[in-house]
Write a protein that binds this ligand. Sequence first.
Ligand SMILES: Nc1ncnc2c1ncn2[C@@H]1O[C@H](COP(=O)(O)OP(=O)(O)OP(=O)(O)O)[C@@H](O)[C@H]1O
Ligand SMILES: CC(C)(CO)[C@@H](O)C(=O)[O-]
Ligand code: BAL
Length: 288
Amino acid sequence: MQTVKTIKALRATIRQWRQAGQSIAFVPTMGNLHDGHIKLVETARHQADKVVVSIFVNPTQFGPNEDFASYPRTESQDQDKLIACGADLLFLPTVEEMYPQPLQTQVSVKNLSILHCGASRPGHFDGVAVVVCKLLNMVQPDLLLLGEKDFQQLAVIRRMVTDLNIPVEIQGVPTVRETDGLAMSSRNGYLSESERQVAPLLYRSLLTVRDAILKGPDDYRTIIERQAEVLQRAGFMLDYFQVCRSVDLLPATASDQNLVVLIAAKLGKTRLIDNLYFSRQLADRTEF
Ligand SMILES: Nc1ncnc2c1ncn2[C@@H]1O[C@H](COP(=O)(O)OP(=O)(O)OP(=O)(O)O)[C@@H](O)[C@H]1O
Ligand SMILES: CC(C)(CO)[C@@H](O)C(=O)[O-]
Ligand code: BAL
């Protein structure tokens, strides 16, 4: 695997591959790689001749009181993992390389970006959109792979790509979980031992909500309130917990069929997110 730090070197390698007629898949990350990221790379390898991975802790998506400075940076271990899973090129730019001057340009997917995580992290999705837009312009991949763990991020980027006619296909990759159900995340490393024991309750609550919706007859609000209480008693500080329509992430009504339960909660100082999507239409025929 080749590692490059400049846009010029990245483009030079990609140009050679393109001249040889090779297809390219791209996996953007913030590093501190775990099996969720590796699953994205492995999925990418099956779909394209070459796999490009970026590691960039993007300052524009962090709020002033968030963990930009302390976000785990583990480049050398990350490089080993990427070599082992067969990535072809690692793009590892500095902040100066990505943002040589203050941006005058905004990329903002309006409605989606102010909901849920966007409400508690103002400006977060504008930062995500602009950096992903820049990375797509640099790599110009055929395929972009993103994790479904960040369900709202996936929706925001899908919409940006559609609205701006960016010529890339997007593939969402199902969330990789620890054996106890906790969604893998770099921020899990912030959890104390006792918080780590409690953390899987987040996913169990999503499953309980889904099962209760499918079973009926309680309304969404009653179901969510019941589970919210369970989580609060276990020590979670809920940020949002809502049954939404998977199409636009707005609150679901009783007639909506394709649903996603979205949750974000703090456990101590660690903010965790998770989600579960399902179809009420398929419920009669599908074993969950
Ligand atoms: N458990 C997971 N399963 C599948 N994809 C994942 C998982 N965790 C992260 N990803 C995906 O990996 C890509 C890079 O994510 P990122 O580097 O932010 O990792 P992260 O573990 O989600 O970190 P954070 O704790 O900051 O949310 C994103 O597309 C994200 O959705
Ligand atoms: C997509 C992304 C790499 C943009 O910085 C980041 O938000 C992430 O890791 O999910
Ligand atoms: N995986 C989302 C990146 C962030 O929380 O900033």
